[in-house]
Ligand binder design. Structure first.
Ligand code: PA5
Ligand code: NI
Length: 192
């Protein structure tokens, strides 16, 4: 891989990077156990294995000193009352941060520490979000029509730990209630 500086673009309206080394598609079937309403999940899956989100990655060597960058696109939709979202993860090297820049759409970043401190930040175009070291993170799209599109950059050695979140989800959920978008406690969540 070249060590020369390089430039790429995020051309509107689709914001797919002009340089892409890897394209990840995560469908409903890859999100088993993540949405609270299991019956709604099964019903939706029986109809169609919907595309929930995509990631376009710009690869670099996964070593200290490098950054990994890319674009995350969460599509609009809900499972039961819960909005479409990414799986979410801690970084394997827990003490690594991440920066997100919202390019399109509306949504939230749901975050928490291993000790159970929780934080939910709104994302609208132009928002820059700093996810400090040790905070797990999940993007949630709350627009009915538009994708939530974010650019991200994080230390290349960080890695992904999905297992912890797979077990109990995040402490906070983003749902559509009678009065609109609500951030509620996850009844399945607990600290071990
Ligand atoms: O590293 C990140 O936080 C992002 O690139 C995410 O990987 C991306 O948003 C997809 O989410 P997840 O990795 O939780 O499936
Ligand atoms: Ni991350």
């Amino acid at each position: 891989m070249s060590d020369l500086p390089f430039t790429f673009n995020l051309p509107l309206p689709h914001v797919v990077p002009s340089r892409v080394d890897n394209h990840i598609e995560r469908r409903l079937s890859a999100m088993r156990g993540q949405f609270l309403d299991e019956a709604a999940y099964q019903e939706m899956l029986a109809q169609d294995d919907r595309l929930i989100y995509e990631v376009y990655e710009v690869k670099r060597p996964e070593v200290s000193g490098e950054f990994l960058m890319g674009v995350s696109i969460v599509h609009p939709g809900k499972v039961g009352s819960e909005f479409f979202m990414t799986k979410g993860h801690f970084h394997q090297v827990l003490a690594t941060a991440e920066v997100y820049y919202c390019l399109r759409g509306e949504g939230y970043m749901v975050m928490e520490t291993p000790e159970g401190e929780a934080c939910v930040e709104a994302l609208i175009p132009g928002s820059v979000l700093y996810v400090p070291p040790r905070w797990a993170h999940r993007s949630v799209c709350t627009s009915r029509l538009e994708d939530l599109v974010t650019f991200f950059a994080y230390p290349a050695e960080a890695g992904h730990d999905y297992g912890t979140i797979e077990q109990q989800g995040f402490r906070k959920l983003v749902v559509e209630g009678a009065d609109g978008i609500q951030i509620v406690d996850n009844p399945r969540w607990k600290v071990d």
